[in-house]
Write a new protein. Structure first.
Length: 180
């Protein structure tokens, strides 16, 4: 079991000094009751544009050797455009992120698809990988936000560093129950 190097429980009413907020929009995030709440809308720019609001970047130096970066969060999937991600971020031309995506698989009927997408940008050149977590049928009358409400919460995301390799790590939880 590795030692914990950093943990933030978001106690208090503001971010701690170890966070830098890139493209701050103070009206769209709040720290309260031991949680960080970030609001977004369907018009949020992708991270690659450099305009994504409220990217929280940890200013602490990462440890040498192997480590795991993890977060646990609850997402309210409503628009199929939610951009929740965990990553290693230098700038909008150099980063590695993992992000869940929930969307209607329109070509396959009334199905909700849930994937975890890994995006690596190195010197502006992208590499992506997407792993299907759920490709589920069973919604007689498909309404996206109702189907997305069946996704098990909270969602746990991890990035594991082993040597010079980075991998997304699974929480071991089923991302959503099977529809009945």
């Amino acid at each position: 079991m590795a030692a914990e190097v950093f943990f933030d429980d978001f106690e208090g009413d503001d971010l701690k000094e170890h966070w830098e907020v890139i493209n701050p929009d103070p009206d769209a995030f709040i720290v309260e009751e031991g949680s960080l709440l970030i609001l977004s809308n369907g018009n949020t720019d992708p991270i690659a544009t450099g305009n994504t609001p409220n990217i929280l970047k940890l200013t602490n130096e990462l440890p040498s050797g192997n480590w795991v970066l993890s977060t646990s969060f609850t997402a309210d999937f409503q628009t199929e455009q939610e951009a929740v991600f965990l990553g290693l971020y230098t700038d909008n031309k150099t980063y590695v992120i993992v992000q869940p995506r929930a969307f209607h698989c329109g070509n396959w009927g009334n199905r909700l698809c849930v994937t975890v997408e890994t995006i690596k940008i190195s010197k502006g050149k992208p590499t992506t990988f997407s792993k299907r977590l759920v490709w589920e049928q069973g919604f007689e009358n498909f309404v996206f936000d109702e189907a997305a409400a069946t996704i098990s919460q909270p969602i746990e995301m991890r990035i594991a560093k082993e040597g010079r390799k980075y991998a997304q790590a699974s929480s071991g939880k089923s991302p959503m129950p099977r529809p009945r």
